[in-house]
Design a protein around this ligand. Sequence first.
Ligand code: HEC
Length: 161
Amino acid sequence: MLRETLQRDIMDGRPSELEAHSLNKFEKGVKEVSEYTEIDGRPYFRYMAPLITDRECLKCHGHQGYKVGDVRGGVSLSVSMTPYLANQRRQTITYSFSLGLLWLFGFIGSVLASRQLKLRIKERDRAKKELQRSHEQLEWKVEERTAELTKIKYSSKRLRW
Ligand code: HEC
């Protein structure tokens, strides 16, 4: 997961293109370099900081002709992003799954609710129709009764004549 490389000296080892580039930047006073990059086709986060000569260093390295402030190399750190990305992908999958589940529940819920509603509406329509029918029957009966009564009234009137 953690791949550390200690680039001890510009002349030492074989600095990668980025490292050589960073060392050039350090020579110009840049304090640190970091970037997302690919190593062997895999994502990495890389960080580099210069190894700058201070007075302490000269106690032992003074005879090598370095002065305080000289860049003696850089420390470079490469962190593989693969586990992070895999983790992120896992999280995304979990998240989408729970979101999908939530949606499904919501969907099922709304389907059930609308079915229930439709049933209620049907029931209400049936009750309304029945009510209307009995109302009509009642009206018809009243009319019939009224007609009968009128007939009786007329006939009784006629009788009085
Ligand atoms: C206590 C003594 C001491 C101090 C202080 C010290 N070094 Fe060193 N350094 C050494 C020794 C010993 C080596 C090994 C030399 C070798 O392998 O030829 C070394 C090696 C190195 C190398 C590798 C050199 C090469 O050519 O491979 C670098 C770069 C370096 N030191 C930088 C520094 C810097 C920068 C400092 C200050 C922050 C520092 N050193 C402080 C003793 C010291």
